[in-house]
Structure formats: structure tokens, C-alpha cells
Design a protein around this ligand. Structure first.
Ligand code: C5P
Length: 218
């Protein structure tokens, strides 16, 4: 069974404000380079969707295609560009992806064909009413969805094409698999897999990178 890693990296990075987010550097390495080098040893090919008019930064060993106007469009293009049987879809914006998580996802996707990494929520949750405390939301059973999200390529392709034909937009590939009727297995993720979105996240990523990169050297 051939496995590909697909990395949508074609976002503009507007909320971060440093140009395309995938090219933003954390402790000397771009977010994209961090995601690609985490995944490359575990898969047959790595395919990246980039913003139009950009090229892969030096040192990133992957095949690049031009992404679409939304994450969903970028992922559909990536699915169409690979011939792999199984795919792991991972946001470039989540640079701290461990080998243990990748192995757990690969094991689960080979068994079930539809998987996402997700993290059980720890905070108390509430629905706000404007600026005020509204109602508490029962936390038990609530998970935050992360990536990698993985599946059989034929299932993902069908789910994405169905969503596109129906004008349904989604931020998650596993959500589209669920919508298409597949049972999606949850693989517990890690707090370190957070998505770099705001300037505050970038500071956190810089601090974490110091520890992460030192561990990689031992
Ligand atoms: O904007 P957000 O952080 O939710 O994007 C999640 C991932 O999807 C990022 O890695 C981003 O580069 C990617 N993306 C994409 N094509 C778009 C928009 C976002 O590949 N048009």
C-alpha cells in the first residue's frame, strides 16, 4: 500500500501577518520544513500545495503543486495529484508533529481507512452571550480536532468531490469522511500539535522549538 503525506500550505497567513504562513520561520526553520521533515521518513511521497507564484523554500524535499482559494480546494488538488492508496493530510501550520503520533495514525488508517488526530479538551467550556458568561457546555466527550487526518484516498476523493458538488464547505477532511458515512477513528493527539495562527502562537512555537530541536539531536 502506497502512503502519501499531503500538506496544504497555500494559506495567506493573514491573521499572523508575516506573508504565507507556511514560510514563516520558527527557530531558523520554516513551518513547512518542520512538517515535511517530520512526515518524510514515514511515507512514500510528500506533496505540498503552495500559494500561486511561490516555490518551495530551499531544503524542503517534496513535490509542489499550486493550491486553491480555500483549504478544501487545496486538499482536493493534492488528492487528485497523488496515486497513493492512503493519505495523511497535515496542516503546515502545525509544526510540532511527533513520530509517535504519525505511527499511531498510520496504524489506525491501515485498519479503518478513516482517521483523525484529536485532543480531548481540558478547559471549562462556555457559550458566551456577547461579552458575558452565557451557558456552560458539558466538556465530557468533547475533543479538539487536529491533523494529521488520514484516510483511503478513494474515500477522501469521493467525499471531497461530493462536498464540492453540493457547495458544502468544511475545514476538516475527516469531517467530510464522516459526512460521507464513514466511521472516523480518533487518535489522541498532543498539546504540542497546536496550530500556529496568531502572533502569540508564534512566540509559543519559538519557545517550544528550543526544546523540540534539542530533543531531536539526542
Ligand atoms: O488558515 P488556516 O490556518 O485554517 O489554514 C490551515 C491550513 O490550510 C494551513 O496549513 C494553510 O496553509 C492551508 N491552506 C491552503 N489553502 C488555502 C488556505 C489554507 O492550503 N487556500
Amino acid at each position: 500500500m502506497k502512503v502519501a503525506a499531503l500538506i496544504p500550505a497555500a494559506g495567506s497567513g493573514q491573521r499572523l501577518g508575516h506573508g504565507p504562513k507556511a514560510f514563516v520561520q520558527v527557530a531558523g526553520k520554516s513551518l513547512l520544513e518542520r512538517s515535511v521533515s517530520a512526515l518524510a521518513p514515514h511515507v512514500h511521497e510528500v506533496l505540498v500545495a503552495l500559494p500561486d507564484g511561490t516555490t518551495l523554500p530551499e531544503g524542503v524535499r517534496a513535490r509542489a503543486i499550486v493550491g486553491g482559494a480555500t483549504r478544501q480546494e487545496s486538499v482536493l488538488r493534492l488528492l487528485e495529484a497523488t496515486g497513493a492508496d492512503l493519505v495523511l493530510i497535515h496542516d503546515a501550520a502545525r509544526p510540532f508533529l511527533s513520530a509517535a503520533t504519525i505511527r499511531a495514525v498510520l496504524e489506525a488508517v491501515q485498519l479503518t481507512g478513516a482517521v483523525t488526530v484529536a485532543h480531548p479538551l481540558a478547559d471549562t467550556l462556555l457559550r458566551a452571550e456577547g461579552p458575558l458568561w452565557g451557558n456552560l457546555v458539558e466538556r465530557a466527550g468533547l475533543w479538539a480536532v487536529q491533523t494529521p487526518q488520514a484516510g483511503r484516498r478513494d474515500w477522501l476523493l469521493a467525499a471531497h468531490r461530493e462536498a464540492q458538488a453540493e457547495g458544502h464547505s468544511a475545514t476538516d477532511d475527516a469531517g467530510l469522511l464522516h459526512r460521507a458515512g464513514h466511521a472516523v477513528r480518533l487518535v489522541p493527539g498532543e498539546a504540542a500539535l497546536f496550530k500556529v495562527t496568531t502572533p502569540g502562537d508564534l512566540l509559543l512555537a519559538e519557545a517550544l522549538a528550543a526544546v523540540w530541536d534539542a530533543q531531536a539531536l539526542v
